[in-house]
Design a protein around this ligand. Structure first.
Ligand SMILES: O=C(O)CCC(=O)C(=O)O
Ligand SMILES: [Mn+2]
Length: 153
């Protein structure tokens, strides 16, 4: 994984000597900022979930960043979807199966696109093969920001 990460909400995703995990505290000791209202509005409009998101992961992709195929399975309640918002440069998003291997399908995600990984798709392997650097003018230096809203507990 070559993206840079931050978070908003009650939980962020951190790594240290103990490994990767959700944490209510930033590695430098502060709490995470609130999830912006406009981002919460996307959840209310599209997630079809009675629970509130507890984490908004912020992934920043620079020119060569990618994210290997993985499952999002560190959350406790798989009835709640993961809602992903793409901002900035286009990204080649790949969706696979609940088991590793098999056929995958790819789609270019553009700025403003939202993917809801819920129901049968909640535990499918997925990742980002590459971005099309400079394809959007949203971020002055190029790159892509992906926000994922998650219920953690
Ligand atoms: O950047 C994306 O579109 C996917 C991000 C993702 O899968 C994750 O943060 O777990
Ligand atoms: Mn993921």
């Amino acid at each position: 994984m070559s993206v840079r990460m931050s978070a908003a909400g009650k939980y962020g995703w951190i790594t240290d000597r103990k490994g990767y995990r959700y944490s209510q505290v930033h590695p430098q000791g502060m709490l995470w900022p609130a999830i912006p209202d406009r981002v919460m509005d996307a959840w209310y409009a599209l997630a079809n979930c009675p629970r509130e998101p507890e984490c908004c992961l912020i992934n920043w992709y620079s020119e060569d960043a990618r994210m290997g195929l993985h499952q999002d399975r560190d959350e406790a309640d798989f009835d709640c979807p993961v809602l992903s918002i793409s901002l900035g440069d286009d990204a080649l998003f790949r969706m696979g199966n609940v088991e590793r291997g098999g056929k995958t399908e790819s789609v270019w995600l553009r700025s403003g696109d939202v993917v809801v990984m819920g129901g049968d798709a909640r535990l499918r392997f997925h990742g980002v093969d590459r971005i099309r650097f400079g394809s959007s003018t949203l971020l002055s230096k190029g790159g892509r920001i992906n926000l994922t809203l998650r219920v953690v507990t």
